[in-house]
Design a protein around this ligand. Structure first.
Ligand code: NAD
Length: 231
């Protein structure tokens, strides 16, 4: 068990495995979304330019699917830890807002959110929290708003990455939960090469390509976080 009180700056870095036990499908592997839909047809900027309706419908289906899921004990435990340690920073690759639904604050949503749409010219235009979007168009230029979620070549928010980098540069404990650590550039944020090196812990039931770089790899599920990390 790690006790957070032994550290001054903690970063919790989460991926799709964090929400797997809530029933939110991952992208790859068994039950993964990309087995059913092609990313190139439904999720990237090029797909949006080809067929905006298909992309918007796809995201609507995903929002409904995520709303039918609920945060699990691991999400709630993180929110409780943050009450005791307000500096605890959550940096997530997830777009499902499960951390926030459990009551946690997220310092950086690296890949955006299913509940945000953006105008390509004017940046973020609408955040629907977990409700409905008010308007399909940018209020300034009339462009159709596109989902603000997706892979890094689509996501335009370099400020979010920079904020995550700053937090990670200062941390003395970095805990990675439920990520395969292969999606770049998010995976490059894991501070393997930083000196002095923070304590680096991986929580994942499976070995990943990045496992060898961590000091400790705990083959555990995210929902067991309460037994693994304490205040
Ligand atoms: P990934 O699908 O590549 O890897 C998931 C990892 O989670 C695997 O290593 C797996 O072993 C592990 N895992 C599975 N069950 C777990 C559990 N119960 N506890 C802990 N770990 C568990 O996911 P990724 O590394 O986040 O990268 C994929 C991309 O997919 C990211 O860009 C992310 O934005 C996106 N994504 C997000 C969601 C979401 O918002 N929930 C869902 C699917 C994909």
């Amino acid at each position: 068990m790690i006790s957070l009180s032994a550290y001054s700056r903690v970063v919790i870095f989460t991926g799709a495995g964090m929400s797997a036990e809530s029933g939110v499908p991952t992208y790859r592997g068994r039950g993964g979304i990309w087995n059913q839909y092609r990313y190139e047809d439904y999720a990237c900027e090029r797909a949006f330019r080809r067929n905006a309706d298909a992309v918007l419908d796809f995201h609507e289906v995903r929002r409904e699917r995520v709303l039918a899921c609920a945060p699990h004990d691991g999400h709630f435990h993180l929110a409780k830890l943050q009450e005791r340690h307000p500096d605890l920073a959550i940096v997530t690759q997830n777009i499902d807002r499960m951390h926030q639904r459990a009551g946690a604050r997220v310092a950086a949503e690296l890949h955006g959110s299913l509940w945000r749409r953006r105008c390509p010219t004017h940046g973020i235009s609408e955040d629907a929290e977990s409700g409905q979007f008010r308007t399909p168009q940018c209020q300034r230029c009339g462009a159709t708003l596109r989902p603000d979620s997706g892979r890094s070549e689509d996501a335009g928010d370099h400020g979010v990455f920079a904020a995550a980098e700053r937090l990670i540069a200062q941390c003395d404990l970095f805990v990675s939960i439920g990520t395969s650590a292969i999606v770049m550039p998010a995976a490059s944020l894991i501070p393997f090469d930083r000196r002095p090196r923070p304590r680096l812990v991986e929580i994942n039931p499976e070995e990943t390509e990045a496992s060898a770089g961590f000091e400790e790899s705990w083959r555990e599920r995210a929902s067991r976080l309460g037994d693994l990390v304490g205040a």
